[in-house]
Design a protein around this ligand. Structure first.
Ligand SMILES: [Zn+2]
Length: 133
């Protein structure tokens, strides 16, 4: 379902957590295509998770504050992002757990990235600044 740009309309959005049912076509899809702007820190965070899941480097660059954006953005192709839970969204901060897998069979590994991200409003958009912890 989440191969590079392999998501088709009707698929659940990669950012949909347990019990959430929003679809890629109407949720993060328009944000990744630049047809809509994320209006909240949580929307930016979710769209960035989806961009990681789909390997959409352009969207990650576009939603990263220029002050903290890395010059080179390397995505690890072996890492598969397989689940997101937003645990708190308050003010300019969003806390989340992002589940990943890499390898397969006997080399299969799983992990969870836990982060509280901070966002800053700039030109009508919420941009990712960095982790607070
Ligand atoms: Zn989404």
């Amino acid at each position: 379902m989440t191969g590079a740009f392999g998501t088709v309309s009707g698929d659940p959005c990669p950012c949909a957590g347990p019990g959430e049912r929003h679809q890629f076509a109407t949720h993060c899809g328009p944000l990744l295509r630049g047809e809509a702007l994320p209006g909240t820190p949580e929307a930016t965070m979710r769209s960035r998770y989806t961009a990681y899941a789909l390997g959409d480097r352009d969207h990650l660059v576009r939603t990263w504050h220029p002050r903290t954006r890395p010059g080179e953005l390397d995505l690890d192709p072996a890492l598969r992002w397989v689940g997101l839970t937003v645990t708190r969204a308050e003010g300019d901060q969003v806390a989340f757990e992002a589940h990943w897998m890499s390898g397969e069979g006997r080399t299969l590994q799983r992990g969870v990235l836990t982060e509280t991200s901070r966002f800053e409003r700039r030109g009508g958009r919420w941009l990712y600044v960095g982790a607070t912890d």
